[in-house]
Design a protein around this ligand. Structure first.
Ligand SMILES: *[C@@H]1O[C@H](CO)[C@@H](O)[C@H](O)[C@H]1NC(C)=O
Ligand SMILES: *[C@@H]1O[C@H](CO)[C@@H](O)[C@H](O)[C@H]1NC(C)=O
Ligand SMILES: *[C@@H]1O[C@H](CO)[C@@H](O)[C@H](O)[C@H]1NC(C)=O
Ligand SMILES: *[C@@H]1O[C@H](CO)[C@@H](O)[C@H](O)[C@H]1NC(C)=O
Ligand SMILES: *[C@@H]1O[C@H](CO)[C@@H](O)[C@H](O)[C@H]1NC(C)=O
Length: 603
């Protein structure tokens, strides 16, 4: 009979009455400022064991590349230095997801450029390397989306492809009926729902106007998607294009997506909880999303934000119970919810007042539409009883404001990387300025003797068993393993972030841990994962593998050709709006960019 290690630990303590097993490592947190990002970290994703991809918008960053200002960089986690990356179009407010073969897909962006191309329909590929010899591969004549998307989200599916949803085809801080793109599409494109690669209408995204930018997308263990936007959420079957059900609105009128951004994450899926999905959404704002409130000069940088955290178990019983309401110690917009390997959630970044944007309020701070940065991280223990889940005690307080256009991510060594903040059109030092300083938040486990292991293969298939050689401290009681997707962070949305507990078994001599791959591609989509061995709450370094076989996602040549044979949808409207591109740029949003917006190339 096979017993999971957690169950064995329970059994051991029941049988032998041993002291309670430590679930979390004890000790002090620390926060260190070290290194700079070269470009402002608007989008961020760990791409290898030692590197992080950082994308910004086109602006006058200190980092340069091939004769122009860089708006992408790769951070080396060991030396904490950056080298420029060179996307050819503006990545401003695009999304990102990895595919099953480990390639990162960055999609969407913006038209404004100092150099390069319109990024509204861009698809950029990045194959991670550790030798500084890789760059973003981008050519709109080789691959692109079927429609224009600024502020979309994406999610990696069970077949290893990415579903890309929402956004606008023209810029405005809040979505509007005349610019919205209430559709979804896939990369690689699919011939599905009567659309041969072209976008599929989403009634939900349409109904979620106006505050529906960067919808929250989470793949559930039954293969459906959880989708949240504005005050609404639903369970969606992308394979049949059916809304399975709409869930009750978020309580107390709280809106959760940009520009009223909340943070969200799927809580850990483990063998112990039978991979039962539960979502956590924290913060946001309950101010009006009516357009009259958003006309320039009407929003308020001092507007209150929400301290509400809601949770729901996404099964019949949990949905019947409705949203469970909890409260953070302080209200926040743009809270980043980062999963720790030990199953807790750390909340960082964000602001106590205002909205996620710049250049729209009547009382901006500099250009910032948000103010009162939240400097203290909050730790959340999902397993604690309601009312006892938040801790601020002992968490180091930063003095770096990280508000609009800031990011955070877990890293393979267990440190949380904090970066960015730039509620401005272009690089500035006025309050609240462009932030390049990096901070590293170390949980107490960083100071403990870390378990180590070897023997992880490059690919790790479903239900495959792998015997890791482990080196764990004397007296270890609870040994387990988890896989993590650190996700792609932007605008407080962490695309694809998840933690899945593995079934594991410790050898009698405690030198081997046999881990079993996740049971299905709906529980963990095929693609990159970082594997942590945990000993009494202390994680090892998270080595990287590819869950599944590393195969490419399905590629439909016909759908791909169809996308490439036509101009992206809304391109005609876009061209009407921009027939006089220069005049269109009188928009204050872009007035400080010295270079004129160039005429888009291609398509
Ligand atoms: C959309 O409508 C708003 C006002 O409702 C208007 O100011 C804006 O110019 C319109 N945009 C486009 C692209 O038609
Ligand atoms: C063992 O550790 C895992 C991972 O930290 C945790 O989920 C589990 O509750 C622990 N079990 C016991 C008995 O403490
Ligand atoms: C990981 O963190 C530990 C501190 O716990 C440090 O000693 C080690 O050098 C780090 N390793 C890497 C690869 O960053
Ligand atoms: C993995 O094993 C579980 C339990 O035996 C089974 O339900 C599941 O179908 C298997 N998954 C795959 C992908 O074979
Ligand atoms: C991964 O798959 C995508 C989509 O088919 C493809 O464009 C990309 O080149 C592949 N990456 C590698 C490393 O083969």
């Amino acid at each position: 009979m096979k017993l999971s290690s957690a169950f064995r630990a329970l059994l051991t303590s029941a049988l032998f009455g041993s002291a309670a097993v430590a679930q979390f490592a004890s000790g002090e947190w620390s926060l260190v400022q070290d290194g700079t990002s070269g470009v402002s970290a608007l989008e961020m994703a760990v791409v290898s064991e030692t590197t992080v991809m950082i994308l910004d918008k086109v602006e006058h960053n200190p980092l340069q590349t091939t004769g122009h200002f860089a708006w992408g960089a790769e951070l080396d986690l060991i030396t904490r230095t950056v080298r420029p990356l060179n996307p050819t179009s503006n990545t401003w407010c695009g999304t990102g997801s990895f595919l099953s073969n480990g390639t990162m897909v960055s999609s969407g962006g913006h038209r404004v450029v100092l150099t390069g191309n319109n990024g509204l329909a861009a698809v950029r590929l990045f194959d991670p390397c550790e030798d500084k010899n890789c760059d973003i591969i981008e050519d709109e004549n080789q691959r692109r989306m079927a429609s224009l998307r600024w502020y979309p989200s994406s999610v990696r599916l069970e077949d290893g492809s990415a579903l890309i949803m929402g956004g606008s085809w023209e810029n405005n801080i809040i979505d509007m009926p005349n610019i919205t793109n209430p559709t979804y599409e896939f990369f690689p494109p699919k011939n599905i729902h009567g659309q041969n690669g072209t976008p599929i209408y989403s009634q939900f995204i349409h109904d979620a106007l106006n505050a529906n930018h960067f919808p929250i997308l989470i793949q559930l263990p039954d293969g459906n998607l959880f989708v949240a936007a504005n005050q609404m959420s639903m369970i969606f079957d992308w394979k049949t294009n059916q809304e399975i059900m709409r869930l009750p609105n978020f309580p107390n009128g709280v809106r959760v997506t940009s520009p009223l951004s909340a943070g969200a994450t799927l809580l850990p899926l483990t063998p112990e909880n039978n991979y039962t999905p539960e979502v956590l959404i924290c913060g946001g704002s309950s101010i009006s999303d009516e357009l009259v409130h958003w006309s320039r000069g009407a929003t308020d940088s001092q507007a209150p934000t929400s301290d509400q955290c809601v949770r729901m178990v996404l099964n019949e019983e949990g949905i019947a119970k409705g949203w469970e309401v909890d409260h953070m110690p302080v209200p926040r917009i743009m809270a980043e919810l980062v999963l720790l390997p030990d199953g807790r959630v750390i909340m960082v970044n964000g602001a106590r007042t205002g909205i996620a944007g710049y250049g729209t309020s009547f009382n901006p701070i500099g250009d910032s539409d948000c103010d009162n940065p939240v400097f203290n991280p909050v730790l959340y223990d999902p397993s604690a009883p309601l009312g006892e889940r938040f801790t601020e005690d002992g968490l180091p307080v930063s003095d770096v404001a990280r508000m609009y256009h800031s990011t955070a991510t877990m890293t393979p060594n267990g440190t949380i990387l904090l970066a960015g903040s730039n509620p401005n059109d272009d690089v500035t030092t006025v309050k609240w300025g462009t932030e390049y300083r990096l901070e590293w938040l170390d949980p107490p486990y960083m100071q403990h003797t870390r378990p180590t292991y070897t023997g992880l293969p490059e690919t790790f298939d479903y239900n495959q068993t792998v015997a890791l050689d482990i080196d764990i401290p004397e007296g270890a009681q609870n040994v387990s393993a988890v896989i993590m997707d650190f996700g792609f962070a932007t605008h407080a949305v962490h695309m694809d972030q998840r933690l899945v507990g593995l079934v594991s078994e410790l050898s009698d001599d405690k030198t081997q841990l046999t881990i079993t791959g996740p049971p299905s591609p709906t529980i963990y989509s095929p693609g990159p994962a970082f594997v942590f061995v945990l000993v009494d709450g202390v994680p090892s370094f998270g080595h990287k593998t590819l869950i599944g076989t590393g195969a490419q996602p399905p590629f439909d040549q016909g759908a791909f050709n169809n996308v490439m044979s036509q101009q992206p949808l809304y391109w005609d409207q876009w061209m009407i709006v921009h027939k006089d591109d220069a005049a269109a740029d009188e928009d204050k949003l872009f007035s400080t960019l010295s270079g004129p917006a160039s005429t888009p190339t291609g398509y």
